[in-house]
Design a protein around this ligand. Structure first.
Ligand code: PLP
Length: 371
């Protein structure tokens, strides 16, 4: 699905010397590389504050901890997402309230949010799934009207741009009150281990988030609140500093591969290619087909016989996961989520896809359909 080895081969000397330099200086934790990366990411995103942390799941957890919510408070989220988004809600004693997604963008459907709001609702967590932005303007409008906090799960969409109704452009992750991202190796900006970051334009909130991520202290050994230990390590920051200036080119390479897939499948019956909304500059963390009248699981197996990986993101939506049994949500009606769950198939997508590889993948898909 990804080819991190080839990507590394193009930046090997820079990465190798950056890692060595961290080791030689023995500045492993909170070193200057972390401080520089933080500033560079703030600049890239156009966000006032970035707080690096250990991974994307921690980023979401810390963001929610910073809101001082009460057990039983409700958080609105899509069910059609990676489990981390919803798991941290339950972990903090909060209640996930699932809202269906838009059939075209696969992101939370803003027109269905208000019906899910109760007196206990405190937060909305839109997920920019597969690299496509959720429709943020109507989400922010609803949040402002009901006095809710918006935490964007930007783990799959760093680099994506959202065009507002007034024509202005924002990077995803900087539109809500807090944005969370992941530097897991296969993410669009991936390090060589675990990493994550939180961003916000609210200085008070930024200080509090920083404190929570650092054992609840802002003065060493004086712990004001119960926090956690979540740090980006210096070696990962040094690698990310090399990859961040290449992120836009990496996104372009993904879009180019997506263009190839799009044109190959344009006239193939039963295959819908990913929608690109005019307000979202898709960064194709995944390239995901929706199949109609095609046996998805057999296609998945057929591609495997040709050494072509393909993946189902995600085979079980959050509301049907056993871990949420106690919320009694498994029979909730989320028709688009259920419809997508049985029809989506993601094809290989990364920065190093060559035309002959794309051709081989597409031809195999069409061969299966025509057989
Ligand atoms: C990857 C991912 C996360 C979690 O990031 P980790 O760094 O793996 O903890 C959260 N949300 C979404 C949508 C993701 O894809």
């Amino acid at each position: 699905m990804v080819d991190l080895k080839s990507q590394y081969s193009h930046i090997k000397s820079a990465v190798d010397s950056a890692i060595l330099s961290v080791i030689e200086k023995a500045e492993f934790i909170n070193g200057p590389e972390v401080v520089s990366f933080q500033a560079e990411l703030e600049n890239y995103l156009g966000a006032k504050h970035v707080i690096p942390c250990a991974n994307g799941t921690d980023a979401l957890q810390i963001a929610m901890m910073a809101l001082d919510l009460k057990p039983g408070d409700e958080v609105i989220t899509p069910s059609f997402t990676y489990i981390a988004t919803t798991e941290v809600i339950a972990l903090l004693g909060l209640v996930p309230v699932f809202v269906d997604v838009d059939p075209k963008t696969f992101c939370i459907d803003p027109s269905k949010i208000e019906a899910a709001i109760t007196s206990k609702t405190k937060v909305i967590v839109p997920v920019h799934l597969y690299g496509h932005s959720a429709d943020m303007d109507p989400i922010m409008e609803i949040a402002n009207k009901h006095n809710l906090v918006v935490i964007e799960d930007n783990a799959q969409a760093i680099g994506c741009e959202y065009t507002h109704q007034d024509g202005s452009v924002s990077k995803t992750g900087t539109i809500g009150h807090i944005g969370c991202t992941s530097f897991f190796p296969s993410k669009n900006l991936g390090c060589y281990g675990d990493g994550g970051a939180i961003c916000t334009n609210d200085s008070k909130l930024a200080d509090y988030i920083k404190k929570i991520a650092n054992h609840g202290q802002s003065v060493k050994y004086y712990h004001d609140v119960v926090g956690c230990n979540s740090r980006l390590d210096s070696i990962q920051a040094a690698i990310l500093r090399i990859k961040l200036p290449r992120l836009d080119a990496y996104c372009d390479a993904r879009r180019k591969a997506a263009d190839f897939y799009d044109s190959f499948f344009a006239d193939v019956e039963g295959v819908s290619t990913p929608h690109r909304d005019k307000n979202s500059k898709h960064v194709f963390h995944q390239y995901t087909l929706t199949l109609e009248g095609i046996d998805r699981d057999s296609l998945n197996a057929f591609l495997a016989t040709k050494d072509i990986p393909s993946m189902i993101y995600y085979p079980v939506p959050a509301h049907k996961q056993k871990m949420f049994e106690s919320f009694g949500c498994e029979n909730q009606e989320l028709p688009i989520t259920d419809w997508l769950t049985s029809r989506v198939l993601s094809l290989p997508m990364h920065t190093e896809l060559e035309e002959d590889q794309l051709n081989y993948i597409c031809s195999a898909v069409v061969e299966f359909i025509n057989q």
